[in-house]
Design a protein around this ligand. Structure first.
Ligand code: SF4
Length: 425
């Protein structure tokens, strides 16, 4: 029996007439899942990932239970600054993924399309918009997003402001770093601070921000160290865990629990046996519910996603003494910002540094940036000597996934990479 689906069906039945009750059930479900992950997780899941899994679900459950303490963001928003005002960042993509975890995405995507959202929009946006339209997601203190990468984000936040009155701040990020560009973003961050002070009644505390950045630097040192250890040690994971990692590397980076997690990860990897299988570098979102990819990549010693571009999109040391400048630089110099070549070069360099045997890009349906740069990436990987597969599909909407096609292409690719027929875990 699929417990998440059965639970999701109970939520679904309440959405039309009792959306508040449906929202309550979603929050309860998240808290139960957090408890389950902490105490009854899959035995194959390493300790550090159990901790991450439980926290990642728990913080979102808490945020939805206390809407005044959370903000809708994208994953590039300055989470470190928001934390100092007691706000939890919950990204639109994260909420959409969690709703899909309850098997509810079809219902919300249809709802969004019913209110006039274009069917060609990325399903993360539609799922999120549909859920808010349905009344199951509480309104947050405010919304904060950046102009980077995603062509849907700014419009979605504007829509939420117009339709539901959620105050939204958009940080306009220049494509290239320059002293003027950095000052321009710092000025916007000062403007955001004014909004945050007004919304929360708290004063900006620069020392608290410095502390958050210090923890962030430490977290990233552990993370890089862990990835190096992963070259020689096996360490089981799943496609879902690669996504959960985003809550550590982005939405909660700078917090104490994230630092604890990365320390735990770094220490634990060393205790695992030597690595044997093929190592994949993943580009863009991992489609965690895709049956073929699940069967090959979840807890399989023979093939594993060892790192990905999203979680490594900015790994530079940040200047704690000038925290606003450091945040500005982080956004401008993110590998996802600016010309696509920047991302292609960074991906190839990471794949080489962490000894990946192959790369896979998942071009999510409706996402222009992932499809638009795919051939550039493939060429860069070819120059680096790393074979790359481009898969097309919908990472979220199960109705839009064509398992047969993905299976044929993925298995053929594994034969190329492994020199033998692929084997599911
Ligand atoms: S998948 Fe692409 S379009 Fe969708 S939210 Fe992410 S970046 Fe935006």
């Amino acid at each position: 029996m699929n417990v998440a689906k059965v639970y999701g069906d109970a939520v679904r039945r309440r959405i039309p007439d009792r959306p508040e009750r449906a929202g309550e059930l979603i929050r309860t479900g998240l808290h139960l899942e957090s408890f389950r992950c902490a105490h009854f997780a899959d035995r194959r899941m390493p300790k550090a990932y159990r901790f991450l899994n439980s926290k990642a679900v728990g913080v979102v459950g808490d945020a939805l239970s206390h809407p005044e303490s959370y903000a809708w963001t994208n994953i590039f928003a300055p989470a470190e600054l928001m934390q100092t005002f007691g706000l939890t960042c919950v990204s639109m993509e994260c909420l959409a993924s969690y709703l899909s975890g309850f098997w509810l995405e079809d219902c919300f995507i249809d709802r969004a399309e019913d209110v006039g959202i274009a069917s060609t929009l990325c399903s993360y946006h539609k799922n999120f918009i549909g859920a808010v339209e349905a009344g199951v997601i509480p309104k947050p203190a405010l919304g904060v997003t950046t102009s980077m990468v995603c062509d849907g984000n700014v419009n979605t936040f504007r829509y939420m402001k117009r339709r539901f009155g959620v105050e939204s701040c958009v940080l306009d990020i220049p494509q290239e770093w320059s002293p003027e560009g950095e000052r321009y973003v710092v000025e916007q961050l000062r403007g955001l601070i004014g909004v945050l002070e007004h919304r929360t009644g708290r004063k900006y505390d620069e020392d608290a921000l410095r502390e958050a950045i210090r923890r962030e630097n430490r977290s990233k040192e552990y993370f890089r160290d862990a990835l190096r250890r992963r070259v020689t040690h096996s360490y089981p994971n799943t496609l879902t865990l690669v996504l959960f990692l985003l809550l550590a590397t982005h939405l909660n980076i700078g917090s104490q629990w994230v630092l604890d997690f990365f320390r735990m990860l770094d220490e634990e990897i060393e205790t695992y046996p030597p690595a044997t299988g093929k190592r994949l570098f993943w580009i863009h979102i991992t489609p965690y519910s895709q049956p073929t990819l699940q069967s090959y990549l979840n807890y399989n010693d023979r093939y594993a996603v060892v790192c990905d571009d999203f979680n490594l999109d900015y790994m530079e040391h940040m200047d704690e003494e000038h925290p606003l400048e450091a945040l500005a630089r982080k956004m401008i110099c993110n590998i996802y910002n600016g010309p696509f070549e920047r991302k292609a070069e960074a991906c190839a360099a990471y794949a080489k540094e962490f000894r990946c045997d192959a790369a896979v890009e998942f071009c999510h349906w409706g996402c222009k940036q992932s499809a638009g740069g795919a051939m550039l990436l493939k060429e860069k990987m070819r120059q680096t000597g790393i074979p790359m597969l481009i898969l097309d599909g919908d990472a979220l909407d199960r109705r839009n996934n064509h398992d047969g096609q993905i299976r044929t292409r993925f298995e053929a690719f594994l034969e190329v990479v492994g020199g033998e027929k692929g084997e599911a875990g």
